[in-house]
Design a protein around this ligand. Structure first.
Ligand SMILES: C[S@@+](CC[C@H](N)C(=O)[O-])C[C@H]1O[C@@H](n2cnc3c(N)ncnc32)[C@H](O)[C@@H]1O
Length: 139
């Protein structure tokens, strides 16, 4: 579904999507109990907080704001949290190809991949992109 253009509309759209997604997330992770820690917040705030806390992850799934500049920012911030050899899945790479480029993730993801071109191996390219951070064993 395309996001609305106006800033105020956009915020209320994102917040409504947020609560829908949260409900789905809660239902999906219930079976895993205390093995899952849920953090609610904006990606541009939470991802730097995780980096400052020194957290690192084996697998990161990027699936937030669809605008190209936001996708670029989220991918870069998330990439800093990945372990060597870790996997990052970027959703919605092929989202609504007829939308203007700034309103869909593809341009932002392409710019991100260019920025890290020496640091990853591409595992899959389709509607999603799957990449693996290089490690000593891969190079
Ligand atoms: C493409 S949907 C995917 C949601 C989830 N993966 C699902 O299937 O339910 C993107 C979600 O990210 C939220 N979102 C948009 N911009 C965000 C941001 N900057 N930080 C955190 N979440 C954001 C939206 O409200 C929406 O719920």
């Amino acid at each position: 579904m395309p996001e609305p253009d106006g800033a105020a509309d956009r915020m209320s759209w994102v917040v409504s999507q947020f609560s829908e997604a949260q409900g789905r997330f809660d239902r999906n992770v219930t079976p895993f109990g205390e093995r899952v820690r849920k953090i609610v917040g904006w990606s541009h705030e939470v991802l730097p907080q995780l980096a400052i806390a020194g957290e690192i992850f084996d697998l990161i799934y990027v699936d937030g704001d669809h605008r190209a500049a936001s996708a670029y920012r989220d991918c870069l911030l998330a990439w800093k949290l990945i372990v060597a050899g870790g996997i990052m899945v970027i959703d919605d790479y092929g989202f609504m190809p007829t939308l203007p480029p700034e309103k869909r993730p593809q341009g932002g993801v392409d710019a991100f991949l260019k920025a890290i071109r020496w640091d990853y191996k591409e595992l899959h390219r389709g509607y999603q992109i799957v990449i693996q951070a290089r490690s000593a064993s891969i190079i």
